[in-house]
Design a protein. Structure first.
Length: 250
């Protein structure tokens, strides 16, 4: 069962959501050839603590860093390390902040220097896929409506949607019900109600949908080593539509 949040509880979530969104704005100037993902992690960690928030990924089920950094064919849950990113790479930075016990979760895929044709295509498809998913959110719509519009668009662009990982309910708990998959049939699944708060975060592969987890038990990559991109927002279902909670204020 999805948890329904009151307007007061959603208001209490806003600082964490805005902080996460502002973190992505802040980090963009640092996304340049030659920086390491460890350096990105350190900058995000310091910014988070400085602004009175806690980085939710750190020690979450043993995750060792404060942010996920997923480069090129890494789909999600990339662990920051000492390897430098290069001109032409794409990198998803996935930020989750906690303030007063509430979580805000958002991610963005950035271009490193000048994007290559395939990198730009898969990134812009992922960006549009999230926008389309958000566009159908309203009371009475279903989770299947969200998944269907994303899947139809992505596959129509000759890319694929990752099926093993999905959006999720969020609040005082990082991951709660419902699971928001990015494929499906219109009208299927749970009906949306005012007060539901969840993420939509489609992972789009330039090649096939198949993925695998590396030996670190976290890093997810495309099996065919094709590029993958992702965007994510935390959303609240309103009286007649949707509010994006993870919009920046800087």
């Amino acid at each position: 069962m999805a948890l329904i949040k009151t307007s007061e509880e959603i208001d209490q979530m806003r600082p964490a959501c805005i902080h996460a969104a502002n973190t992505l704005v802040m980090i963009e100037e640092y996304i340049r050839p030659g920086i390491t993902t460890n350096q990105i992690n350190e900058i995000v960690h310091d910014y988070t603590i400085k602004h009175g928030a806690t980085p939710a990924p750190l020690n979450y089920h043993g995750f060792p860093k404060s942010v996920c950094t997923s480069v090129n064919h890494v789909v999600c849950h990339g662990i920051p390390a000492d390897k430098k990113i290069k001109d032409g790479d794409i990198i998803n930075v996935d930020v989750t902040s906690i303030i007063h016990g509430w979580h805000g979760d958002t991610s963005k895929t950035f271009y490193v220097g000048t994007p290559k044709v395939r990198a730009k295509k898969v990134t812009e498809i992922a960006r549009k896929a999230l926008e389309l998913g958000i566009s159908v959110v309203k009371p009475g719509a279903t989770l299947g409506d969200i998944g269907h519009i994303i899947q139809q668009y992505v596959e129509g662009e000759k890319c694929s949607v990752v099926r093993e990982y999905c959006g999720h309910g969020i609040g005082r708990v990082f991951h709660e019900e419902p699971q928001v998959v990015h494929y499906g049939k219109p009208g299927a699944g749970m009906a949306l109600k005012k007060g539901m708060v969840f993420t939509i975060e489609p992972m789009v592969n330039f090649g096939r949908a198949a993925v695998k987890v590396l030996s670190d038990d976290w890093t997810v990559v495309t099996r065919d080593k094709s590029l993958s991109a992702q965007f994510e927002h935390t959303l609240a279902v309103t009286d007649d539509g949707v509010e994006i909670l993870t919009l920046p204020t800087i």
